[in-house]
Design a protein. Structure first.
Length: 220
C-alpha cells in the first residue's frame, strides 16, 4: 500500500494513515531502519516535497493493553524522531525535519491487536517543489536552493543567477545592518537549506552549474 499525489491538495492539509508499529528512538538500528523504510516506501510515490514551515499531528492507534500492561510499547516522545526521519528526504514528503514548527502526537485505543499511524500535515499551499529531476544548488555559507533540471536551460540559468543576486545581497545587507532580520528581507521566498540537511539529495555548486548552463545556452 502506498500514498501517491502529484501535488499537494489545495487547503494546506495532507492526511494519510498506514498499518505500522512505531519504534522508539532507543530501539536497535535494525528496528529503526525497518520502520523508516516501511514508512518511506509508503510516501515515496508522492511527486513533491513540502519546502516551508510545517505543523504535524500524529495519531497512534493500538490496544490499550499494550500501553498499560506491556513493557515493550515505546513512549510517545520517543517515537517522534524516527517517524519524522521516515517522512523526510528524497523518499519522503518534506525536505528535512528542521521545517517542523509544531508537532503533536497522541495515542488512542481500539479492540484489535493491530496498530496504525495517522498523519496530518499542515503547510502553506505554494511551498513545495516537484521531486522530478531535483537538484540542490549550493551557494556561499553552504546554503542550497532547489532546482528542477527538467526546465529549459535558459530558465535554469536565470533562476540560479537570480538566487545568487538575492543571497549575496542578503549577506551584504546583514553585514551592513548587523542584523539577520535586515538581510532576511532580501532572501528568496523559498528558504535555503544548509548542505548538511540535504545529505541524501543530489547537489552541485552554483559556479559549476552556471558554467554548464552557459555552455548549453550559448550553443543552442
Amino acid at each position: 500500500m502506498t500514498f501517491a499525489l502529484d501535488e499537494p491538495p489545495d487547503g494546506g492539509i495532507i492526511t494519510f494513515e498506514m498499518p505500522v508499529r512505531p519504534v522508539s528512538v532507543q530501539s536497535s538500528r535494525e528496528a529503526r531502519k525497518a520502520m523508516v523504510d516501511t514508512v518511506s516506501k509508503f510516501v515515496e510515490p508522492c511527486a513533491f516535497l513540502l519546502t516551508g514551515e510545517l505543523e504535524i499531528r500524529i495519531e497512534w492507534t493500538l490496544h490499550e493493553r499494550e500501553r498499560y500492561e506491556g513493557v515493550h510499547s515505546p513512549d510517545i516522545d520517543n517515537i517522534l524522531k524516527p517517524l519524522l526521519d521516515a517522512i523526510s528526504g528524497p523518499r519522503g514528503i518534506l525536505v528535512n525535519d528542521c521545517q517542523v514548527q509544531s508537532v503533536r502526537c497522541h495515542w488512542i485505543d481500539w479492540t484489535i491487536s493491530d496498530q496504525k499511524l495517522a498523519f496530518e500535515i499542515r503547510y502553506l499551499d505554494d511551498e513545495w517543489i516537484g521531486k522530478a529531476d531535483l537538484l540542490w544548488v549550493e551557494y556561499e555559507r553552504k546554503l542550497c536552493m532547489p532546482l528542477n533540471t527538467n526546465l529549459p536551460a535558459k530558465i535554469q540559468l536565470d533562476m540560479i543567477n537570480c538566487w545568487d543576486t538575492m543571497l549575496s545581497g542578503s549577506r551584504k545587507m546583514e553585514a551592513l545592518a548587523g542584523s539577520y532580520e535586515a538581510g532576511r528581507r532580501l532572501l528568496p521566498l523559498q528558504r535555503p537549506f544548509h548542505r548538511a540537511r540535504l545529505r541524501e539529495f543530489s547537489k552541485t555548486t552554483y559556479d559549476v552549474l552556471r558554467d554548464e548552463l552557459k555552455q548549453l545556452t550559448s550553443s543552442s
